[in-house]
Design a protein around this ligand. Structure first.
Ligand code: ZN
Length: 347
């Protein structure tokens, strides 16, 4: 079968690789019908050392179950399923607490921990299929597929940011980042009833979609100027919550500058730093808190799916390009150049 491999920075190739096979009695084999490129794929695309490659790519997909191990009971051959970006058993004490990205099962983990598997391919072996996969009640060619595909990562990640930040009807929110996760953090904050949602981003097509998703204000300035503009929009106080969907140090510093006393920074952009200011002059002085982490999107699939099925939300609008495996390399480059927001792949 064909699969996407990253050989090093800027070097994405689609090659023939061995077909996946069942290895454990809890595995399922899935023929992938829809996949996509993630903003987090663009980080290694920009920086990977060729010595660390080649790496199979992709951790968001929908597909049809082709075969299952003898212990799999919740999905069957022919089912259309969605997979989250983390493998989990959905039964351990951390999964039961809604922290599927901390699942304690030895086979749990992220897809990059499965070196022979990747979602940007024609097929995949899914470990812990009963816990990981969720059956979809539509056909593989449904018009809802783009929105349902966001359940695998970007919608659940944006929603996790809002949940971890404690967003409710009394909350004023700032979202940093106008990528797919940031825009779906806007949608999520709206869904949780936020009183004000300020989107910080500078690409108008994206911030326009952000307004459609519920942003009440858009601030295109960054740094001190951006902080000052958010404060102007909030009577000088800043917002209760910042949903940080970028992951670099300027975004963290911007978040600290925007928070009102007692506020929460909820981070879902993978931090590209290990050290950050947390002392008296940053978090401590005004009782600011830091939340977030890898989103346990598996915890949110059943909760969010009905709103997609009944058309209440259309998170699939974040996909602005659809291609096949032959177009994947160009898709990475377009996302790195920010000419594409998010690329859908029909293998
Ligand atoms: Zn678990």
């Amino acid at each position: 079968m064909r699969a996407t491999l990253l050989y090093g920075a800027g070097d994405v190739r689609v090659e023939n690789v061995p077909d996946p096979v069942l290895k454990h009695s809890t595995d399922a084999l899935v023929r992938i019908t829809a996949s996509c490129v993630c903003g987090s794929d663009v980080w290694p695309y920009g920086s990977m050392n060729p010595g660390d490659g080649p790496a199979r790519m992709g951790h968001e997909f929908i597909g049809v179950v082709e075969d299952t191990g003898s212990e799999v009971t919740t999905v069957h051959k022919g089912d259309l399923v969605v997979a989250p970006f983390a493998i989990s058993d959905n039964t351990c004490e951390f999964c039961r607490a809604g922290l599927h990205t901390s699942c304690s099962h030895p086979q749990a983990g992220f897809w990059d921990g499965e070196p022979d598997e990747g979602g940007q391919a024609e097929a995949i072996r899914v470990p812990l299929a009963d816990g990981t996969l969720v059956k979809l009640p539509v056909a593989a060619d449904s018009a809802l597929i783009p929105s349902l595909l966001t359940l695998s990562d970007v919608l659940g990640t944006g929603y996790h940011a809002a949940v971890a930040g404690g967003v409710d009807e009394r909350t004023r929110v700032t979202v940093i980042g106008d990528g797919a996760v940031g825009l779906l953090a806007v949608l999520s904050a709206k869904r949780l009833g936020a009183e004000q949602i300020i989107l910080m981003g500078r690409h108008q097509a994206r911030t326009d979609l952000g307004r459609e998703f519920g942003a009440t204000d858009v601030v295109s300035a960054r740094g001190d100027e951006g902080i000052a503009q958010v404060r102007e929009l909030t009577a000088g106080h800043g917002t209760h919550v910042v949903l940080e969907a970028v992951g670099n140090m300027p975004a963290y510093q911007q978040a600290v500058g925007i928070l009102r006393p007692g506020g929460v920074i909820s981070r879902v952009g993978v931090p590209q730093y290990e050290e950050a200011p947390i002392g008296f002059g940053s978090l401590f002085r005004h009782n600011l808190r830091l939340a977030g982490g890898p989103a346990p999107v598996r915890a949110y699939i059943e909760e969010l799916m009905p709103a997609i099925l009944d058309g209440t939300i259309e998170p699939g609008k974040v996909f602005d390009v659809t291609t096949n495996l032959d177009g994947v390399a160009a898709g990475y480059q377009d996302m790195a150049d920010r000419t594409s927001l998010k690329v859908l792949i029909n293998p």
